[in-house]
Design a protein around this ligand. Sequence first.
Ligand SMILES: C[S@@+](CC[C@H](N)C(=O)[O-])C[C@H]1O[C@@H](n2cnc3c(N)ncnc32)[C@H](O)[C@@H]1O
Length: 117
Amino acid sequence: MAKQQLSTISIDYSWSFSDKTIKDTSYITHGYYTYPAKFIPQLAERLIKENSREGDVVIDPFMGSGTTVVEAIVNNRLGIGTDINEIANLLAKVKTTPIYYWDSEKEVQNTIYKITC
Ligand SMILES: C[S@@+](CC[C@H](N)C(=O)[O-])C[C@H]1O[C@@H](n2cnc3c(N)ncnc32)[C@H](O)[C@@H]1O
């Protein structure tokens, strides 16, 4: 597309997330790590909601720290991501793996015992 044609397209400011603060973009696990050129989670969320339905599979083959995968999961999609960078894979795994909650202090003690003894 020629530069002249591009200048005729109006800017859709609804895609600007410049009003978002670090607090706004750090919910759930999004704030765990910084990552180069990380998505604004609200951008990923909007794209997922506008282009898929609940239960669909959302794939990000360049997932970086996994922003898209996290948003896919919390929006009831199956999130799948890959990345050539092993550090990115580790960060995304940490951000997308649910933490198991123990029901009681006794269960915690039993588990610690099993691991250490
Ligand atoms: C801009 S970052 C993505 C950031 C991500 N959207 C986030 O929110 O964290 C682009 C990613 O593409 C990955 N990448 C580049 N070339 C790749 C390839 N050939 N296959 C898989 N991943 C690749 C890089 O390792 C990098 O993590």
